[in-house]
Every structure is written in structure tokens, then in C-alpha cells.
Design a protein around this ligand. Structure first.
Ligand SMILES: Cc1cc2nc3c(=O)[nH]c(=O)nc-3n(C[C@H](O)[C@H](O)[C@H](O)COP(=O)(O)OP(=O)(O)OC[C@H]3O[C@@H](n4cnc5c(N)ncnc54)[C@H](O)[C@@H]3O)c2cc1C
Length: 491
């Protein structure tokens, strides 16, 4: 291929395609970007819950937080409420932000654990500001305050990204790709051929074509790393309904006998969906369950989405990077897909092949991205394997399945010693503690530093954190009032 990269072709106009187009066009002015999409094929039309890393992306695009909630008809998300995951009828909260306050050598959970032994600790979530604000239905932007993400309307988000991308010179071509051509000498992709006869040449290609992976998979034959044995979910049915109550500032994840259901509240509608494994639940059963569980008027036709959890062995292969569903999917449980798209774009900018594709840079990119995928995979598997449910074949499988070594080690270390370790760049940190403890994994020991406090001092310490959180939550307005005042959608 040529030694310089100027012409970039993005295949796909879903969220990942337009996210890539908007940021690349804004960041790398020498790039001439063409985005090809097909209205006939359409987009997946889901992906409406996010994690706080989205702020970094919005900052790059210059979108303020209240503006973002307004333009996506969105709401604020302080975390996820997990219901029926540990046992039917029990729930816990994964709040963004850290829980309690630790010392440099001992985490808060070590003090909390000693408090459990003494009978003076409240549930772990009591000491998490975001979780307590979410439970109270409150939200505001406060100095040094709440960690949050968003629930968003994916179509409105794509519209905004598209406008931003086109403002920075991205050319959009409508049409269905009928053939992908490669260079004879090195199998690099040379151009796309559309059904209407249009030819789209590029130096570098970004595959955002969805699950099919037209470039990374069908053209370059990049192998897929299949994680179904750890993450057996392989079907989802989304369904939108009208909203029947003020939107709470959190996503609900409600486990059922063969998977789980989501509830993602937007300003004017509720996103619902059921996720399941077809080995344990039929499509008909899933649809019936979803339809009988939703509230409000049904606004969309249900459809079954099939997927396989895992990722392409190489997210960057030859002159092609795969983003979004074309690159991989770890199921929607912790809303990490858009985060991975964002990571893929940021790393591509970091290793941008301005002077041609360099194998060493490609290896760095792939190493970074696959590590990110694996960390997130472990975190998601944790929710399934750490259950105490035994009421169905699905949950019994989850309890007994062999785990990835990385996860097995992390769980064992925590269970036996109370120590929690994480990689420097890992996206989830305190979240691990909240989910481990929420799922009922209480360590056998705690750090000796926690014994340095007398029982009274420990009680006072725990009480002071709880009181501080209660005071902060009391000062916040309701989430609904905040949305109405600052973020009311015009759509
Ligand atoms: C059930 C489910 C729930 C999810 N929930 C979340 C969530 O809560 N949070 C989150 O972050 N993520 C979530 N995701 C993931 C999220 O939906 C996707 O990461 C996101 O929408 C990006 O999708 P995409 O752009 O990669 O693919 P798509 O939206 O499928 O877009 C593919 C694009 O490629 C184009 N295309 C394909 N083939 C051709 C062709 N031959 N010619 C021309 N164009 C073509 C299509 O027209 C389309 O524009 C969820 C996914 C699923 C399946």
C-alpha cells in the first residue's frame, strides 16, 4: 500500500461509525474521510446506557453535560440496580464513584468488613454517594460531587455526531456495499464497490458495519475469539414503551431464570429489553416474559437480535480497524460497548498510521484493545459466576463453569485475603468491590490496619461517612426537577 494515509473510509453509519467520523475529522485535519452507510440495512438501534468515560469523548467534541442530556432526550445515570442477581428478591447497587474512604494501604472495604464482624456496618452500598442519591431519585451537577453517565436516545445521538462529522468535512455516501476489493500483493483493502456502481477508494478502512464485520471478518477473515462458554447470552429483544413515572437516575438490570432484563429510562420513553441464552429460554418464552413485564404503552415492534460474545482476534488487521459490533461484543450488562468504541478510536488516533501501517504499532494497538476487552469480560462474568442462585439450569451452569484464570485469581485473592488488585488503565475499579460484595462475596480476612481503630472509633468513622452522604443527598434536587429545569428535550 501507499506509504501515507490520507483517505479514510468508514463503513457503517451506526453509533460507532459516526463516533469515529466525528472525532477523527475533528482531530486529524489531513484525513479525508468518507463514510458509507445503507439506509436499506439500517442500524442496530440499541445501545442507550453508558458509563462515565463518555465525558472524555463529549469533552473532545465540546458538548456540555446538560446540553448532551437535552439533545439526546436523555437522563442521568448514577449506576445500575441489580435485582435478583445474587438471589431472587435481593438487590444491590453498582454506583459510579468510590465507596467510603480508605487509607493508602487498606481499602474502605477492609474497615467495612471489620465492622460487619462487629455488627456495626450497614450494607456496603450505604457508603456510596452515587448509589444513595440514585435510590433517593436525586441528581445535580455538584462541585466535586456525583460521578455519572447518561441514558440516551441512540438515534438522536447519531444525528448529533453526524452533524459534527459533516461540519468537519466528512463525506457521506449512501449505498450498499456489494464487493470489497483488495490489493493483490498484500491483501490490504483497496476500495469498496457499491450496488449503485460507485467506487470508494481508501488508504485505510474502519469497519463499523455491525455484527457481520464486512471488512474485518468477511474480507480479511480475521478469526473470532468466542467467549460463549463464559458469557452464554446470545439473544436480546429490545422494546420501547412510554414512560409511566419520572425517570430514575439509574439503569435497572433484573435477572430472570435464563438471563436478565434491562430498563433504561429516557425523558419520554423507557427502553426495555430481555437478554437470554437460547439454550435455556426460547424466543417465544422470552418475548412473552418481556411483554408481560413492561409497563406503559408499547411503542416499537419487538425483534430478536442474535449475537455471540467475544471479539476479533485482531481489532486492527492490515489496513483495517474494526470498531463497535464489527470488532466484538461482550453483551450489554454493564453498558460497555460504546466505551470500547471510544477506546478503539482514541487508540487509533494515538497510533494513527500517517506514514503507513507499521506492524509494531498494530501490535501495540491490538494488545491494548484486547486487554481492555478481557478486563471488561472478567468484570461481566463476575456477575454471573458469583451468584448464589440454584433455581435453574442456567444459573447452575454459571455457578459451576470454569473461569478465566485472571478472574479466578482475582476472586480467590479477594475471598481469601480481602486484597483487591487492578491494572493501572482498567476502566472499572471500585465497581469490582461493589459487585463482589453485592453478589455476596465477603472476604475471609481484612487488613490489620482496620484493627488499629477501636470499636467506637470505627463506628464513628462509618457513621461520619453515612452522615456526610445523607447531608449531600438531602441538598440535591430530584432528578426529574433537574431534567426539567436544565435539560428538557425539544424532540
Ligand atoms: C441488545 C443490545 C443492547 C445494547 N446495549 C448497549 C448499551 O446499553 N450500552 C452500550 O454502550 N452499548 C450497547 N450495545 C451495543 C451498541 O448497540 C453498539 O455498540 C452501537 O450501537 C454501535 O453499533 P455499530 O455502529 O457498531 O453497528 P450498527 O448500528 O449495526 O451499524 C452498522 C452500520 O453498517 C452499515 N452497513 C452494514 N453493512 C453494510 C453494507 N453492506 N453496505 C453499506 N453499509 C452497511 C449499516 O447500514 C449501519 O449503518 C447493545 C447492543 C445490543 C445488541
Amino acid at each position: 500500500m501507499k506509504s501515507t494515509v490520507n483517505k479514510i473510509v468508514i463503513l457503517g453509519g451506526g453509533t460507532s461509525g459516526w463516533m469515529a467520523a466525528a472525532i477523527l475529522a475533528k482531530s486529524i485535519s489531513r484525513a479525508h474521510i468518507t463514510l458509507v452507510e445503507s439506509e436499506q440495512i439500517g442500524t442496530i438501534g440499541v445501545g442507550e446506557s453508558t458509563i462515565p468515560s463518555i465525558h472524555f469523548f463529549n469533552d473532545l467534541l465540546g458538548i456540555r453535560s446538560t446540553e448532551f442530556a437535552k439533545l439526546t432526550a436523555g437522563s442521568f445515570k448514577l449506576g445500575i440496580q441489580f435485582e435478583n442477581w445474587k438471589l431472587p428478591g435481593e438487590k444491590y447497587f453498582h454506583g459510579f464513584g468510590s465507596t467510603g474512604a480508605g487509607m493508602w494501604a487498606a481499602g474502605f472495604h477492609e474497615y467495612w468488613k471489620r465492622g460487619v464482624e462487629l455488627g456495626i456496618s450497614k450494607p456496603f452500598g450505604t457508603y456510596n454517594l452515587e448509589g444513595m442519591a440514585a435510590k433517593a431519585g436525586k441528581f445535580a451537577h455538584v462541585q466535586g460531587g456525583l460521578n455519572f453517565a447518561y441514558h440516551l436516545d441512540a438515534a438522536l445521538y447519531a444525528k448529533r455526531l453526524k452533524a459534527e462529522a459533516q461540519r468537519h468535512g466528512v463525506i457521506r455516501k449512501e449505498g450498499k456495499v456489494s464487493q470489497v476489493h483488495t490489493h493483490e500483493d498484500n491483501d490490504f483493502i483497496s476500495h469498496l464497490e457499491l450496488e449503485n456502481g460507485t467506487r470508494v477508494d481508501g488508504d485505510f478502512f474502519i469497519d463499523c458495519s455491525g455484527f457481520r464485520g464486512l471488512l474485518i471478518n468477511e474480507t480479511l477473515k480475521t478469526p473470532f475469539v468466542d467467549w460463549s462458554h463464559w458469557l452464554p447470552m446470545n439473544r436480546a429483544i429490545p422494546l420501547q414503551t412510554s414512560i409511566t413515572a419520572p425517570p430514575p437516575p439509574f439503569t435497572r438490570s433484573i435477572a430472570h431464570h435464563a438471563g436478565w432484563q434491562w430498563r433504561i429510562p429516557l425523558q419520554q420513553r423507557m427502553g426495555n429489553g430481555i437478554v437470554y441464552c437460547n439454550q435455556y429460554m426460547s424466543d417465544d418464552e422470552a418475548l412473552n416474559k418481556l411483554q408481560s413485564d413492561v409497563e406503559g404503552e408499547v411503542l416499537t415492534e419487538p425483534r430478536v437480535i442474535k449475537f455471540v460474545t467475544g471479539h476479533r482476534e485482531k481489532l486492527w488487521n492490515k489496513n483495517c480497524v474494526a470498531l463497535g459490533l464489527a470488532g466484538g461484543f461482550i453483551e450489554p450488562l454493564e453498558s460497555t460497548a460504546l466505551h470500547l468504541v471510544q477506546q478503539g478510536i482514541m487508540q487509533l488516533i494515538k497510533y494513527f498510521p500517517a506514514y503507513g501501517v507499521n506492524d509494531l504499532e498494530v501490535a501495540q494497538y491490538n494488545d491494548y484493545m484486547t486487554t481492555d476487552y478481557q478486563d471488561i469480560r472478567d468484570f461481566i462474568v463476575l456477575h454471573y459466576c458469583q451468584t448464589q442462585r440454584e433455581d435453574s439450569p442456567f444459573w447452575r451452569y454459571c455457578r459451576e463453569m470454569p473461569l478465566p484464570d485472571s478472574l479466578q485469581n482475582r476472586i480467590a485473592l479477594f475471598a481469601q485475603t480481602g486484597r483487591f488488585v487492578q491494572r493501572k488503565d482498567e476502566i472499572f475499579s471500585d465497581s469490582w468491590l461493589q459487585v463482589m460484595i453485592g453478589q455476596g462475596l465477603i472476604p475471609q480476612r481484612h487488613h490489620p490496619l482496620a484493627d488499629e481503630l477501636s470499636e467506637d472509633a470505627l463506628a464513628e468513622f462509618l457513621e461520619s461517612i453515612e452522615t456526610d452522604i445523607r447531608k449531600k443527598v438531602n441538598t440535591l434536587p430530584s432528578h426529574q426537577a433537574y431534567l426539567q429545569q436544565y435539560c428538557q428535550s425539544e424532540s
